[in-house]
Ligand binder design. Structure first.
Ligand code: ARG
Length: 619
């Protein structure tokens, strides 16, 4: 019977083969046998080490065992022999240092995989057991502008949703907006004083932020104002119509701004703000009390978690609710009402201790029962300016999200322009170097070239390309980081043509499209006949291509989108290497080589799509 790890990914197949061989030769079925990529040289694809773990077990269990396999090495060699019988999957094997089994997968197998990719395109292999997964991401706060922390949550959240959806999971994308709580009391109180027309005239977001700052100041300094604000919160929470109206206006203004950002970044997320959970809170508190999980502590209702110093405070001493309360209610709703199998929450790493308590609290309440359910905090580091300080605009203010995107787009436009100029210069130089009679022809060609250029990219298209590239640069630069680490928001680095950047990758992608156009063989034709290797570098590329689903599986487990960036970048580097090693166009093997270009382009497109990066087909 096929067990769950025997997935169709290459590593899954190889692992399956080793596990079965071990079982057949020793009677032991160990599904945790490790098979991992062998990175040292191009000579082998995978390595497996199992004897040090299982040999002692087997030796203990059966006295005869040592007669059959006197040493660990002899066991590994027997396994080596057995797996080598699968001539298609296994090309060659080698045992080094007595226990390391190295494996090279077969060319025939790789060709077959390439043919699958050629026929069906580069697709994520679906999980046979699709899950319900809640992803809580973006989650900015009303009346405050989104900042770069929310940018990270938004970018990473969208992409992880795409990966999970491609895997076949049912994903609920939840925007946990900060739309409830004490800030609204002071905002409404302050609006009553300084923007009394608020119920008929919409304030804009700039005003709103000023309100926020001013009202916070008054709240901190003026006791009477503070009291009024607190009363208004109670009024709002008990459903006072006027307060609710003001609250809705505040939310609408912020929401329309958030939506501009989402549109620009191509984000899809559903609003389930803190206010959504408010009506559930009394019931959830009752459940916690019934289960004897709460204690009164200095007037506050708390939930103490074993081995944790700080408790969750579910009701404040003034009777109000807070961040802990809402997140407990959210955990209850997601796990028991939506029946989510997995919940993933994205915030900066600073909030990790909070979620650790929430996850433990949900366990104590019996809603979260691992391994049946899983709760992950997908934390990320802080973003600073290139100088390590808070990101500033050119005029020295703290940078707003929209400014960051605008500037990246601006710079992308310059990058595209300079590339175009460089190309033109190269073309002119070519013409100058030509003999006089050819030069005339060259001039004519240049005119033709210029004319073609104009028809290729209009001013509008140029603007669009700059937007695509600018946004791609920001997203890719964020996702390629190890997410836990802080990083510096550095335009020069993210828009560099060289190295691991969206710009480099985009040009690499455009080059593939251009080769396919020049190749002159239609896509259908390329897809219609089988692929065969014609050069060793093609095998290097193919081997990387077949690893795609292993990488996706790892990302689903560890929420490490940087691994997809690494995969994509390594793919384009391997293709770039091939350009120096063999000719693709005007060659006996052109059709075969174009096939690999097509597969690679499909794969790059799939990766871009998962990373929520739009592509440009030509510049
Ligand atoms: N609004 C919060 C913030 O800006 C993030 C909310 C994250 N999600 C949650 N369920 N607490 O920090």
């Amino acid at each position: 019977m096929e067990k769950k790890f025997l997935s169709k990914s290459t590593v899954g197949l190889v692992k399956g083969l080793v596990v079965r061989a071990v079982e057949e030769l020793t009677g032991l079925r160990d599904e945790n046998i490790s098979v991992i990529p062998f990175s040292k040289s191009g000579e082998f694809d995978y390595q497996s080490v199992f004897a040090p773990k299982i040999y002692p077990q087997l030796e203990k269990k059966d006295p005869e065992f040592k007669v059959k396999f006197p040493t660990q090495e002899s066991l590994v060699e027997a396994i080596q022999k057995r797996i080598s019988e699968d001539k298609k999957l296994i090309q060659s094997t080698k045992v080094i240092d007595k226990v390391f089994l190295l494996i090279l997968v077969g060319d025939e197998y790789l060709e077959e995989q390439m043919n699958g990719l050629l026929k069906n395109g580069a697709e994520v292999e679906r999980d046979e057991n699709p899950q319900h997964i809640v992803v809580d991401f973006s989650s900015p706060n009303i009346a405050k502008e989104m900042h770069v922390g929310h940018l990270r949550s938004t970018i990473l959240g969208e992409s992880i949703c795409r990966v999970l959806e491609a895997k076949g999971h049912k994903v609920k994308r939840m925007n946990h907006l900060g739309d409830w709580g004490t800030q609204f009391g002071m905002l409404i109180a302050h609006m009553q004083d300084s923007f009394p027309e608020y119920l008929t005239t919409m304030p804009n977001l700039k005003d709103l932020e000023t309100f926020y700052k001013q009202s916070k100041k008054r709240f901190d300094e003026d006791a009477a104002f503070k009291e009024r604000a607190q009363k208004l919160v109670v009024k709002l929470q008990s459903g006072d119509e006027d307060c609710l109206k003001a609250w809705r206006i505040l939310c609408d203004v912020s929401r329309s701004f958030f939506n501009l950002i989402y549109k620009r970044l191509d984000i899809t997320v559903e609003e389930f703000g803190e206010s959504f959970y408010n009506p559930m809170i009394p019931g959830v508190l009752d459940i916690l009390k019934e289960k004897n999980l709460t204690t009164m502590d200095k007037g506050a209702l708390c939930m103490f978690i074993p081995k944790k110093k700080l408790p969750l405070m579910v009701v404040k001493s003034d009777g109000g609710y807070n961040y802990d309360t809402t997140d407990m209610a959210a955990a209850w709703y997601r796990l028991t009402q939506l029946k989510a199998d997995r919940v993933i929450i994205l915030t900066d790493v600073g909030q990790y201790p909070h979620f650790e308590l929430i996850f433990e609290g949900a366990k104590l309440a019996g809603w979260h029962v691992p391994p049946k359910t899983r709760m992950d905090h997908m934390g990320f580091g802080l973003v600073t300016g290139a100088d390590g300080q808070k990101i500033k605009t050119r005029s020295g203010e703290t940078a707003k999200l929209m400014d960051l995107i605008d500037e990246a787009t601006d710079r992308a436009r310059k990058e595209l322009q300079s590339r175009e100029e460089a190309e033109q210069e190269a073309e002119e130089k070519k013409n100058e170097e030509k003999k006089p009679e050819e030069a005339e022809d060259g001039q004519a060609k240049k005119k033709e070239f210029d004319a073609q250029k104009k028809t290729q990219l209009s001013e509008e298209e140029f603007g669009k390309a700059a937007e695509v590239l600018g946004v791609a640069a920001i997203k890719y630069f964020d996702m390629r980081q190890n997410r836990i680490q802080n990083y510096k928001f550095d335009y020069d680095q993210m828009l560099s043509q060289k190295g691991d950047t969206a710009v480099y990758l985009m040009y690499a992608f455009i080059r593939l499209s251009s080769i396919l156009r020049k190749g002159g063989v239609s896509e259908e034709e390329l897809r219609a006949t089988p692929f065969k290797f014609t050069h060793p570098q093609e095998r290097v590329i193919a081997r990387h291509l077949v690893r795609f689903n292993e990488v996706i599986e790892m990302i689903v487990d560890q929420l490490t989108l940087n691994k997809l960036c690494e995969y994509l970048y390594a793919l384009s580097c391997k293709i770039a290497e091939s350009y120096g090693q063999y000719k693709i166009l005007k060659n006996d093997d052109t059709v075969q080589r174009l096939k690999l270009i097509l597969i690679s382009r499909d794969m790059m497109a799939t990766c871009f799509n998962l990373l929520n990066i739009k592509t440009i087909d030509r510049i």
